[in-house]
Design a protein around this ligand. Sequence first.
Ligand SMILES: C[S@@+](CC[C@H](N)C(=O)[O-])C[C@H]1O[C@@H](n2cnc3c(N)ncnc32)[C@H](O)[C@@H]1O
Length: 190
Amino acid sequence: MVNSSSKQILSDLEKTQKEFWNISRVTGEFLNLLVRQIRAKNVLEVGTSNGYSGIWLGLALKQTGGKLTTIEYWDKRLSVAKENFKKCALEDVIETVQGSALEVLEALSEDYTADLAFVDANKTEYVKYFELIDKHLKPGGIIVCDNVLSHEEKCRPFIDAINAHPDYHNVILPLPAGLSLGIKQIPPAS
Ligand SMILES: C[S@@+](CC[C@H](N)C(=O)[O-])C[C@H]1O[C@@H](n2cnc3c(N)ncnc32)[C@H](O)[C@@H]1O
């Protein structure tokens, strides 16, 4: 499902995983599989870094005919990400937005809806990202967040909020940093 040149780029990026705080390879493979499985059309990512996770998401969206919108406030990192997206021929699939995640999420058009959101930025802000993303997540949509076990204390307000939310069913998967996956319930037919 991943062509050989993108595979090579992903492998090269794995050598600097610590420097760019990238997700693990298995997490990337999982996100890629998830996007294809739910046939996602619109995916929102919070925390681009050098684009490693964006490539996994973008390659899947290329197959589903979807689009990724990814947010990053660090200009140098975003420039590197854009180069990496280009190398993988994903520039038509991925829109990058530079800015503070909270401000960008607050400014999203009311019409924007996401099938899946992937959150991997400031862990103490996860709970606020969740509140803002919820407004744009389709019923049946999924919010996935990385580092909920490696940064358990910082992510705790988010985990408590999603567990208490009547519209969500959240699980924590034992992937390397702990990946939470919350499904927004489809309201029952009346
Ligand atoms: C863990 S890294 C993301 C790694 C990326 N998802 C990957 O696996 O390739 C987190 C990124 O979020 C960015 N970030 C942190 N807080 C942010 C905020 N409030 N707004 C926008 N970007 C933020 C950081 O600059 C950093 O590049």
